[in-house]
Design a protein around this ligand. Structure first.
Ligand SMILES: Cc1cc2nc3c(=O)[nH]c(=O)nc-3n(C[C@H](O)[C@H](O)[C@H](O)COP(=O)(O)OP(=O)(O)OC[C@H]3O[C@@H](n4cnc5c(N)ncnc54)[C@H](O)[C@@H]3O)c2cc1C
Length: 464
């Protein structure tokens, strides 16, 4: 009985492997790095808890709760505090709460009367019928007007993709927005009618889903799944080659300087696109992973700064703030981490997690740490009325943080579909296939586990 190879131990690879193991399918996980979790990394230092990568997960499905129970982590979940329901946007150098009700929107100083009128007209605007692929910017301008794009969506896109709405594709980057327009004719109408459909499917929209993490950060989840898979995990073993054999697949990986090989029934490739491009695919079907190397990634540095609470003038009663590009600041946005979750900073202190760089100012992300601290502190001091230097600093640079679902992304999706179709038993996943959100990547683990189990059973490769 041969096992299933999972390549990459980010959230996608780990959740898939964990769920395959629950189905009694033997797995082997190959990880190039010396640790599991991919971009998820939580660091507890000097009483502060900083996240280098993602900070929050969304509970968009009962399946996520089920996985957490299976991993025995229910007692470690920390839901965001109620203050997290308020989110801020920066406009004109001021930190302004985003309205969450129709009345709040009408009275909000965030948008002009013209922008408000434009938003209320949205249900009366026609569907997109043209054939060419739209950018997010074009879509938003067409449905809501330019001001909403400049002050709200530009900042939101920076918060999710660290991306540029003038380049991101609406159909690939925000497929639910696109399909909402196509199905309901209006995004505002879809808010009401879509809720009914989601209820039927047992899903919760990202806007309504509860935000959560774990007592010691998101790494608790990946560490816990890895502990469950302990003897199946091969760290520091980058995969270099995947070869089709008469009975399945052979994985070639480096162990030190030595090339090793192992036979498997099926392979699930969850390495990031920028590294998967270098894996040789040795099959008679003449397909290659090299084109994945053309997917562009936004560089991002995450910078967590701790302050004495008394030095911060702003009440920090919220999730955090997003910054539109038009404000010309250094940061893309900041999470008020210690307001959102308990036990993130020592008594009398706060921790603020900011992101810098992205497609907006890619040159900033790779700056030396001292410069990053200076730039981020400069913005925070002005916006949040901070009167002292930080008491704690930590930063992490991701040269390729988040894949950009730019216009034309369909080429990569088709290419991935073509490889999987021509190579039965080879599955490809990760944040460049189903969107960057952790919840989507986690849920893809359920899908892969089901599809792989079905494949090995039908191919008579395994007696599961
Ligand atoms: C700074 C930042 C902030 C974010 N914030 C949020 C957030 O708050 N909420 C949210 O939902 N999402 C957020 N995201 C997005 C989300 O974290 C990612 O999309 C998701 O974690 C990606 O998981 P993955 O498994 O697809 O890939 P990765 O985490 O990139 O894992 C891929 C793994 O494959 C390994 N690998 C690569 N090549 C090979 C090889 N040849 N052989 C073996 N192993 C290999 C890598 O070492 C890595 O461990 C954020 C991302 C970043 C970078």
């Amino acid at each position: 009985m041969k096992s299933i190879a999972v390549i990459g131990s980010g959230i996608t690879g780990l959740s898939s492997a964990f769920l395959l193991k629950q189905k009694k399918c033997p797995v082997e996980i190959y990880e190039a790095a010396g640790r599991v979790g991919g971009v998820i990394r939580s660091v507890r230092k000097e009483g502060y808890l900083a996240e280098f990568g993602p900070n929050t997960l969304l509970n968009t499905s009962k399946k996520i709760e089920h996985l957490i129970q299976m991993a025995n982590l229910a007692g470690h979940v920390t839901f965001a505090e109620d203050v997290g329901q308020t989110r801020f946007l920066v406009r004109g150098g001021r930190v302004i709460a985003m309205p969450s009700t129709a009345f709040g929107f009408l009275t909000s100083p965030l948008f002009s009367w013209f922008a408000k009128f434009n938003l209320f007209m949205e249900p009366f605007r026609p569907r997109w019928k043209n054939k060419y692929e739209e950018t997010v910017a074009h879509f938003v301008r067409r449905r809501f007007g330019n001001e909403f794009l400049t002050y709200a969506i530009d900042a939101l896109v920076a918060g999710i993709f660290a991306g540029n709405p003038e380049r991101l594709s609406v159909i690939h980057g925000f497929p639910k927005l696109y399909s909402s327009e196509q199905k309901y004719g209006s995004l505002i109408r879809a808010q009401f009618l879509g809720a009914r459909d989601r209820k039927k499917r047992g899903e919760t929209s990202k806007q309504e889903a509860k935000v959560f993490s774990f007592d010691e950060g998101l790494q608790v989840l990946t560490d816990s799944m890895a502990a469950n898979l302990d003897n199946m995990l091969h760290l520091n073993n980058p995969v270099q080659k995947i070869t089709r054999t008469p009975t399945g697949w052979k994985v070639g990986y480096l162990d030190g300087n030595i090339m090793m090989e192992r036979e498997h029934s099926a392979v699930l490739l969850c390495a990031s696109a920028h590294t998967a491009q270098y894996i040789t695919l040795d099959t008679p079907e003449k397909v290659s992973l090299a084109p994945l190397g053309q997917i562009s990634y936004a560089p991002v540095a995450s910078v967590a700064l701790g302050y004495r609470r008394s030095a911060v003038g702003h009440p920090l009663k919220g999730f955090g703030m997003l910054v539109p590009g038009v404000e010309r600041l250094n940061i893309l946005g900041t999470l008020f981490s210690s307001s959102l979750f308990k036990n993130r900073a020592p008594e009398g202190h706060v921790i603020l997690s900011s992101y810098i760089g992205g497609m907006r100012q890619p040159e900033l992300a790779g700056l030396p740490e001292d410069k990053l601290y200076e730039l981020v502190h400069h913005d925070l001091a002005n916006l949040l009325n901070i009167t002292e230097q930080p008491t704690f600093k930590i930063a992490h640079y991701f040269p390729r943080a988040i894949p950009q679902y730019d216009v034309g992304y369909g080429f990569y999706k088709d290419h991935i579909a073509k490889i999987q179709e021509r190579c039965p038993g080879l599955f490809i996943g990760g944040n460049y296939t189903r969107g960057p959100a952790l919840s989507d990547n986690l849920l893809s683990g359920f899908d892969f586990a089901d599809r792989i189990e079905k494949h090995v059973k039908e191919a008579g490769l395994m007696d599961v």
